[in-house]
Design a protein around this ligand. Sequence first.
Ligand SMILES: Cc1cc2nc3c(=O)[nH]c(=O)nc-3n(C[C@H](O)[C@H](O)[C@H](O)COP(=O)(O)OP(=O)(O)OC[C@H]3O[C@@H](n4cnc5c(N)ncnc54)[C@H](O)[C@@H]3O)c2cc1C
Length: 470
Amino acid sequence: MTAIQTAKAPTAFDELGGSLRGGLLRPTSPGYDTARRIWNGVIDRRPACIARCAGVADVVEAVRYARDHDLEIAVRGGGHNVAGTAVCDDGVVIDLSAMRAVWADPARRTAWVQGGALWGDVDRETQAHGLATTGGIVGHTGVAGLTLGGGIGFLMRKHGLAVDNLLAAEVVTADGTIVQASADEHSDLFWALRGGGGNFGVVTSFRFSLHPVGPTVMAGPVFWAADDTTDVLRFYRDFAAEAPDELGSVVRVGTVPPLPVIPEDLHWRPAIAVACCYTGAVRDGERAVRALRRFGTPLVDLLAPTPYVAFQGGIDDTVLHGWHYYWKATNLAGFSDDAIAVIADHAYAAGSPRSCAVMFHLGGAVARVPHNTTAYAGRDVAHNIVIEAVWLPDESGEHAAAETTWARRFLHALQPHRAGGVYVNFLDSDDDSSRVREAYGDQIYRRLAEVKAKYDPDNAFHHNKNIQPV
Ligand SMILES: Cc1cc2nc3c(=O)[nH]c(=O)nc-3n(C[C@H](O)[C@H](O)[C@H](O)COP(=O)(O)OP(=O)(O)OC[C@H]3O[C@@H](n4cnc5c(N)ncnc54)[C@H](O)[C@@H]3O)c2cc1C
């Protein structure tokens, strides 16, 4: 029995606990309450047990045990999904958070990454060799969930989505079999893993291709006052359309976060920010962002040569674990004047200074991969938006209702400006199965359902953005 397993009398779970190298947490175990909490503090579920997997063998044991005992399964990578699908009530959480190893191979320009690693882990280990791959914009987001949904980030316009850099994955399928998926082995599964989420098994490791990046890049945000939002977005519309692939950018509309690098008198002021990262020589990056920095009168301009790792972790403290979150998202048809007016009208109507809307600029290498090459469906979409309602744990009640209403109204107002589809990783728990279909479109959804029927015909992995097996 491991140190963290404290069952006093024999229980049905002893058998599983005894066979796990990483240990098993039951509701009475020390550490259970910490281990069941995830990034979104709204989620308060009580699994029957948490299998703290130390390796692929533990994952196999946990999957087989859950299947044999007909238990609900939830799979936890980084625990970052806003919908909270990483934990379930009563069932087994297959928790990979102890499996965070990253091995970069500079000669082959590849990295093996374990299924519980965070993007901060990957950036740190790969940048030790001056390499990187496309990951998310927050360092404490999990590699697994982000990659399996597609994976968007600052490097994507030059190097593709996270899934476009995925070379292989090791997967424990619903019957406890260990399978290698790549272009050459189980290629149907490999196709589905690249966008189809956690529907097909537990991914215990990923192999990514890497690219030379930095280690110093021209990167950072520029902030303007909220009153300038319409002008900034009209400028940004053309700036983004003409941007080279090397230039990744994200717009954030809300307030100035209280980061130590920002003068205190600006903290929490309503503001629009455009954050950029240029994936090439700093000199070229300076040229690429010059017009943006000269536009209007910025409140503060933090665009500067910056270590890539520091930039990638730069906003980690603005989205803390345990705060309460609720998201609404959609792909955008573009920044028409009318769409900009909706954004300017709604973005600052939230009650909480932490609530905001974030817009990613896609295109470039993302759009050059033919539709259907992977299960990620939004290749032709240039911009998306995620509306993030945030409130503090002690603010629930009225605050929660006000913030969630704000997010819903904002999305509703964007209705005429939506492109078909939504990024599946931005869906929240009240986005029903029709939105999962919307995320994929009919053709990709159908193909995913066929792969699901082959690898998980009983839909054992359904605690996710679920694909129903055909
Ligand atoms: C602050 C913040 C910033 C974000 N930024 C970005 C961004 O820049 N780009 C982007 O693309 N997305 C971003 N996202 C969304 C992110 O992609 C999803 O939240 C994603 O689910 C996080 O992955 P995770 O492993 O942490 O998730 P978890 O909550 O651990 O898991 C979510 C689901 O993924 C599946 N899953 C997790 N691990 C595994 C595994 N090892 N094997 C099989 N299935 C698994 C399961 O179905 C699970 O229910 C962000 C989210 C947050 C909260």
